[in-house]
Write a protein that binds this ligand. Sequence first.
Ligand SMILES: Cc1cc2nc3c(=O)[nH]c(=O)nc-3n(C[C@H](O)[C@H](O)[C@H](O)COP(=O)(O)OP(=O)(O)OC[C@H]3O[C@@H](n4cnc5c(N)ncnc54)[C@H](O)[C@@H]3O)c2cc1C
Length: 453
Amino acid sequence: MQTRRNFLQQLMGAAAVMAMPPCALSANTQPLPWRNWSGSQVCYPNTRSAPADLAQLQSLLKQANGVIRPVGSGHSFMPLVPTDDTIVSLSRLAGLISVDQTRQQARVWAGTRLGDIGEPLANQGQALVNMPDIDEQSLAGAIATATHGTGAQLTCMSDHVVGLQLVLANGDLLECNAKQNTDVFKAAQVNLGALGIVSQVTLQNQASYKLKRETTWLPIEEILDNAETLADNNRNFEFYFIPFTGMGFIDIQNITDDEITVIDKLDQNDGAEDLKTARDILSWSPKLRELVLGTYMKTLPKEVNVANSWQNYASERNVRFNEMEYHLPRENMIPAFKEIRQVVETQFPEVFFPFEVRYIKSDDIWLSPFYKRETCSIAVHRYYKESHQAMFAAIEPIMQKYQGRPHWGKLNTMKAEQFSQHYEHWQRFNEIRRELDPKGKFLNTYLSSVFNT
Ligand SMILES: Cc1cc2nc3c(=O)[nH]c(=O)nc-3n(C[C@H](O)[C@H](O)[C@H](O)COP(=O)(O)OP(=O)(O)OC[C@H]3O[C@@H](n4cnc5c(N)ncnc54)[C@H](O)[C@@H]3O)c2cc1C
């Protein structure tokens, strides 16, 4: 509780500074720490800015010295944002700008939180095609790292972007889409915040819809046996595995006309706390842990919720963790999953967070981890107060052996040379980055190591 209160106090301090226009920041202000959601990344930026309009953002970019990093909601685990120079948030450039009813498209300010897009879109009869498992991210932040939900026939969020506006390092505006500045567009759809600041985004949506969400607990072997069929036969399918229990649950969503049953987000925090308690009490005996938890999980009833789409994708994740997620060719999921399970259950008895397995359709975006391949992603987690390094180091070679590409926002140790092997347009992306930002204003230490080699 104390930690949460400290965290809240730090957050309030940071938010107060973040909300100030640039001119309100005094030169004597002591840098406050900036932290990402899990606390794995920290920096002490000299300047934090939250421009109130496009003109302020353009003049900030024209005038700023040193590195400038755009920040969304700080939900990436990788060091994409940290700089001790300038951090710029688009939290004040948020909301719906316009809609095109014929094409079912909407122009949205890039600083809009995903959770704030659903209702205004619904008022216009539109909805996002798919969403991730939380909705705290900013739209620009989600696109930058190819954020995805689940669904074997559904692509990642960047693929639903049909146009965007970039504010370049020199403050100029650049509009790009499939017909205008097309190469920049293909690069900017997954951009890591390395090309410029995305200020507006045009999204391809669909008519608003309701989803029926069905959650069922099952033995993991049964889930694995049926996973491929479930992925093919349902709009959204994913599964979770709880290590040391032999059990997991499947989450299925399909479009429905049924009456709405629930509008609250599912709260998975109590579950995570319970698993931690069981780990603390029973980790001395893996067999007893499996017996107690496995038996309990077999008694859990199926849950069914019907809600508007934008209210049924996301859960609350208040028990913090660090995460590694790799995107594998779909056919490699089951062998990779079994090896990862073996490593965790023989070497890391402290683990209590679930594995999460999702399906994503291929696309043709240059730096998309789903580029030209049907994908299954496996994510592993460690409680944020416990060291994740040894476990992730043991699992990462398995992910890579099965041709995994890491989620750009989640922990991995891949280097530029390895990325270049996975992405056929790697060189062209790098050329465009250099053309748009010749002085490397947007490169912090990590991005320099990835792109400036
Ligand atoms: C609890 C939790 C659950 C998650 N669930 C999922 C999930 O279901 N699916 C999934 O794919 N990922 C998931 N993620 C990862 C998350 O979606 C990505 O890391 C995402 O990039 C975070 O968005 P953000 O707004 O917090 O951006 P940040 O983490 O703040 O920034 C991410 C990147 O976006 C860039 N950026 C931000 N704003 C702009 C801008 N205006 N212009 C240009 N670049 C910009 C930043 O510079 C950085 O490179 C989850 C993360 C957490 C912590």
